[in-house]
Design a protein around this ligand. Structure first.
Ligand SMILES: [Mg+2]
Length: 261
C-alpha cells in the first residue's frame, strides 16, 4: 500500500485503539477471558478489602436496578458445593458478572470491577497491552516532528493507560499528550470530535484521526478533522465505497507528515 500524506497544517494525531494501534481481538481473546478465569479467585482474595467491597456494592445496586426494570437476571440455584455465607455471596457475584458479560452489558458496576482486575493483571505482568510493531516507532517519529498525539477509545481512560503503561513495548504513556473516552461522547457522533478539538486547543482541521471504523471516520470528518482509515488483520471488511472514500494505510509507517515549524 502506498504512503498517505496528511495535510501540511496537521499538528495533532488522534488515535483509536482497537483495530488501529492494537489487534481488535485483544479485548475478546485476552482481556475478557482473563476476567472469566480469575473472577472467583479475585473476589475470594480481595473480598475483605475496601475496593472490592465497593465493587460488590455497585454490582448489588445494579442487580436491584435490573430487577426493578424486569431485566432477565440469572436465577441463583442452590449449589451444594457452597457452604459459608461468604462463598454463597461470592458465587452470586460471579454468576451476575458472567451473565452481564455474556449479555455484553456495559454497566458502570461491571466496568469498575473489570478495571480493578485488569490493573492487577497488568501490574503483575500477567497481561501486556498489545500494540502493532509499527505503532510506537511511528509515534516517536511524529513527536520528533513536533506533533501532539492523543488517544480516543471507547475503553475507559483508565483501561487505556493500563494498556500503554504495561504494553509489550514497556511503559509508553509519555508518548501521549492526552486520553479521551466516551465521557466526551460517542465515537460515531461528530460533536465528540468537535469537543476533543476544543479540549486540546487545536482547530479540527489540524487534527488527523486514525481509525478502523468508517462510521467514526465519517463523524470525525463532519467535525472538520482529516481522517485516515487503518486496515489491520481481523478488522471489519470495508465496502468498495468506503475504500474509495478514505485514505487507507495498513501500517502507521505509511503516514507522511510535514515537520511543524
Ligand atoms: Mg477501532
Amino acid at each position: 500500500m502506498a504512503s498517505v500524506s496528511v495535510p501540511a497544517c496537521t499538528s495533532a494525531l488522534l488515535l483509536d485503539i482497537e483495530g488501529t494501534t492494537t489487534p481488535i481481538t485483544f479485548v475478546k481473546d485476552i482481556l475478557f477471558p482473563y476476567i472469566r478465569e480469575h473472577l472467583e479467585d479475585h473476589l475470594s482474595t480481595h473480598w475483605e478489602e475496601d475496593e472490592c467491597k465497593q465493587d460488590v456494592h455497585l454490582l448489588k445496586k445494579q442487580i436491584e436496578e435490573d430487577m426493578r426494570q424486569n431485566r432477565a437476571c440469572p436465577v441463583h440455584e442452590v449449589d451444594q458445593t457452597v457452604h459459608t455465607d461468604e462463598e454463597k455471596a461470592i458465587r452470586e457475584v460471579v454468576d451476575n458478572v458472567l451473565w452481564q458479560m455474556a449479555a455484553d452489558r456495559k454497566s458502570t458496576a461491571l466496568k469498575c470491577l473489570q478495571g480493578h482486575m485488569w490493573r492487577v493483571a497488568y501490574s503483575s505482568g500477567r497481561i501486556k497491552g498489545e500494540v502493532y510493531q509499527d505503532v510506537i516507532p511511528s509515534i516517536r517519529t511524529w513527536r520528533s516532528l513536533g506533533m501532539k498525539v492523543y488517544i480516543y477509545s471507547s475503553g475507559s481512560v483508565e483501561a487505556q493507560k493500563l494498556l500503554f503503561g504495561y504494553s509489550v513495548e514497556g511503559n509508553v504513556l509519555e508518548l501521549f499528550d492526552g486520553h479521551f473516552d466516551t465521557n466526551i461522547g460517542a465515537k460515531v457522533e461528530s460533536k465528540s470530535y468537535e469537543k476533543i478539538a476544543e479540549r486540546i486547543g487545536c482547530p479540527a482541521e489540524e487534527v488527523t484521526f486514525l481509525t478502523d471504523v468508517s462510521r467514526e471516520a465519517k463523524a470525525a470528518e463532519e467535525a472538520g478533522m482529516n481522517v485516515v482509515v487503518v486496515v489491520r488483520p481481523g478488522n471489519m471488511e470495508l465496502t468498495d465505497e468506503e475504500r474509495a472514500t478514505y485514505d487507507l494505510i495498513t501500517s502507521f509507517s505509511q503516514l507522511q507528515l510535514t515537520a511543524r515549524a
